[in-house]
Ligand binder design. Structure first.
Ligand SMILES: NC(=O)c1ccc[n+]([C@@H]2O[C@H](COP(=O)([O-])OP(=O)(O)OC[C@H]3O[C@@H](n4cnc5c(N)ncnc54)[C@H](O)[C@@H]3O)[C@@H](O)[C@H]2O)c1
Ligand SMILES: [Fe+2]
Length: 381
């Protein structure tokens, strides 16, 4: 079966190995003639990024690059990106990279001509209506990791560098106009980024699947996303060049973010403050938090986890699923505790207070109280 396709759901997706060569065409389809490619520092000099710039250049679209983007990007990165966008007279953004490059790129396109502050567009109620939608520039998304699913999302995660809080910035027009999912771009990911981002996709699917809201469409997508991760994440970790498995992980990532329109939960609520305060990798932080959160949620999700296990070919009900996650983590070299990622126990009260305020907390099937968050952090660290 050829793993190449054009999808129009949840946005226009050109999926398949080698399709980065359609980048210039995708920009034209999105209405851009002077795109700014936004990515993070780590990717700037890599051949995949330079090749993307060459493709643009050859098509007469220039080779403008902005790469002053940190992992867990912040408002300073955003301000610098907007300055580059304006200085170059650009008319759209290519958001290129893992979640960090994708989110920051999408936010540059959103914010370049707004008069409101980015913090006024946090994903709360109808705050997005505060933005002037007519000034939002188009973006084309090109993921180079397979996990965040930001390429199909209408939000960008931005860390406030003063308060160390991660905020979700939302507007429907942040959804990329065109996405190029080319699994070849993910082949060179460092092993632990492959693991961390793959576990992020699993966390999205699992949390969306477990959240209590009524959204059967997401439920189905989350379940198949989990299956794709189960079948393919061990393969890409064992052999990074397995292109079919890389393609399936790319699908799983996009599916995971499509599914989490239903909601996320305590894994992400715990992980966001840890990432903002300690600058840990998002997916790896989630991976550590999954088992304790599964146990915490057990009273509310036992039946549906048993059903998921049956679909995934895992026997033993909830316990079987739990053991599967533990084994997956240890097989992939995920640390057992956040301590191993540099997180200390001295700020648990502060982290717990941030976790219960995180928007993901509201999607957890069991109420995440302050005491519960503290105990979960104690267990995770
Ligand atoms: N918008 C969303 O819905 C959403 C969802 C989940 C996470 N996030 C955010 O995404 C960010 C994490 O994204 P991530 O996990 O993809 O990591 P990342 O974007 O921070 O990238 C991690 C590292 O991998 C490198 N890298 C990326 N692709 C590579 C490749 N193909 N080859 C070699 N190196 C490569 C990068 O340079 C970087 O050093 C966090 O800020 C998180 O909050 C956003
Ligand atoms: Fe995530």
């Amino acid at each position: 079966m050829s793993l190449t396709a054009n999808w129009s759901y949840p946005t226009a997706i050109r999926f398949g190995a080698g399709r980065i060569k359609e980048l210039a065409e995708a920009c034209t389809a999105a209405g851009m003639s002077r795109p700014l490619l936004v990515t993070d520092r780590g990717l700037a000099d890599l051949p995949i990024t330079q090749n993307a710039l060459d493709i643009l250049d050859a098509a007469g679209l220039g080779r403008a690059l902005f790469a002053e983007v940190d992992p867990n990007p912040n408002e300073k990165n955003l301000a610098a990106g907007i300055a580059a966008f304006k200085a170059g007279g650009h008319d759209g953004v290519i958001a290129f990279g893992g979640g960090s490059g994708l989110d920051l790129g999408k936010l540059v396109a959103l914010m370049a001509d707004q008069t409101v502050s980015v913090w006024d567009l946090e994903d709360i109620g109808d705050w997005w209506t505060r933005a002037d939608a007519d000034t939002i520039h188009p973006n084309v998304a090109v993921p180079t990791t397979a996990g965040t699913g930001s390429e199909v999302g209408r939000a960008g995660v931005l860390t406030n560098s003063e308060t160390h809080v991660k905020k979700i910035i939302f507007h429907p027009k942040v959804l990329p106009s065109v996405v190029i999912c080319d699994p070849e771009l993910t082949v060179g990911m460092p092993k632990m980024i492959t693991v961390g981002t793959g576990m992020d996709a699993l966390a999205h699917c699992l949390e969306a699947y477990s959240s209590p809201f009524y959204h059967p469409m997401s439920q189905g997508i989350a379940l198949e996303g989990m299956r794709l991760v189960k079948e393919n994440l061990p393969k890409v970790v064992a052999n990074g060049g397995d292109l079919d498995a890389r393609a399936h992980m790319m699908s799983a990532a996009a599916m995971s973010a499509t599914a989490f329109q239903k909601g996320l939960g305590a894994v992400h609520a715990l992980s966001h403050p840890v990432g903002a305060v300690y600058n840990t990798h998002h997916g790896m932080t989630n991976a550590v938090a999954i088992p304790p959160v599964l146990t915490f949620n057990r009273p509310a999700i036992e039946d549906r986890i048993t059903a998921a296990g049956a679909y995934l070919g895992i026997s033993g009900g909830f316990d079987g699923f739990f053991d599967y996650v533990l084994k997956l983590r240890s097989d992939l070299g995920v640390p057992d505790k956040l301590r191993e990622l540099g997180v200390g126990t001295d700020r648990i009260d502060e982290l717990a207070a941030m976790a219960i305020e995180d928007p993901s907390a509201g999607g957890n099937p069991v109420e995440l109280t302050l005491d519960a968050a503290k105990s979960l952090f104690e267990e995770c660290i």
